[in-house]
Design a binder for this molecule. Structure first.
Ligand code: AR6
Length: 177
């Protein structure tokens, strides 16, 4: 699907296997690693990622920080901190929007052409994916109006169920656009 100048691809997969300029990590405020996507990225990417993360001294929710990608097949990792659902004083939606937007802006600052996202906050952080997908779509639509180096954005879902939620939502949104 084309949105502005970028191609948006929705697919099932493991984000650590993406051969793109940058992948986004669903990180936490410490940037020191964890489970889920974060655990897989640090495990496969090796210690150079953690060394660079330490230098950032954490990251506020809704923002993102960049490192190189160690042994991963991509060039950069954008460590993005999504909201913990139910613990953001009604700000979860705005924070989730910000984290997608800030990740794409950071990718653009570094001149990246291709970027892959996991479904941020919908795992350990408990954000319902049926609601999150609407926020992702809004962020992509708004970003597509800006001039950017990003030509390819991949939304990488880990399960068949999550993939179907995204596909249904995006097919419907394009129909209405
Ligand atoms: N590739 C793509 N998607 C994946 C992968 C993978 N290799 N592994 C899991 N997912 P989560 P969050 C999916 O929990 O909700 C960590 O401990 C997963 O099925 O990784 O933002 C951090 O350190 C789910 O759909 O991220 C934080 O403390 C989605 O990715 C906290 O978890 C996100 O799940 C962040 O929680």
């Amino acid at each position: 699907m084309k949105l502005g100048k970028a191609h948006i691809n929705i697919k099932k997969g493991d984000i650590t296997e993406e051969r793109v300029d940058g992948i986004v990590n669903a990180a936490n405020n410490t940037l020191l690693g964890g489970g889920g996507v974060d655990g897989a990225i640090h495990r496969k990417g090796g210690p150079s990622i953690l060394e660079q993360c330490k230098k950032h001294s954490g990251c506020p929710t809704g923002e993102a920080r960049i490192t190189t990608a160690g042994n991963l097949p991509c060039k950069y990792v954008i460590h993005a901190v999504g909201p913990v659902y139910g613990r953001s004083d009604g700000m979860a939606e705005e924070l989730l929007y910000n984290v997608y937007m800030n990740s794409m802006k950071l990718a653009d600052e570094y001149g990246l052409n291709s970027l892959s996202f996991p479904s941020i906050s919908t795992g350990a952080y408990g954000y319902p994916i049926q609601d999150a997908v609407n926020v992702v779509w809004r962020a992509l639509e708004d970003f597509s109006r800006l001039d950017s180096t990003l030509k390819e954005i991949n939304l990488v879902l880990f399960s068949e169920e999550d993939l179907k939620v995204y596909e249904d939502y995006f097919n419907q949104s394009i129909g209405e656009a």
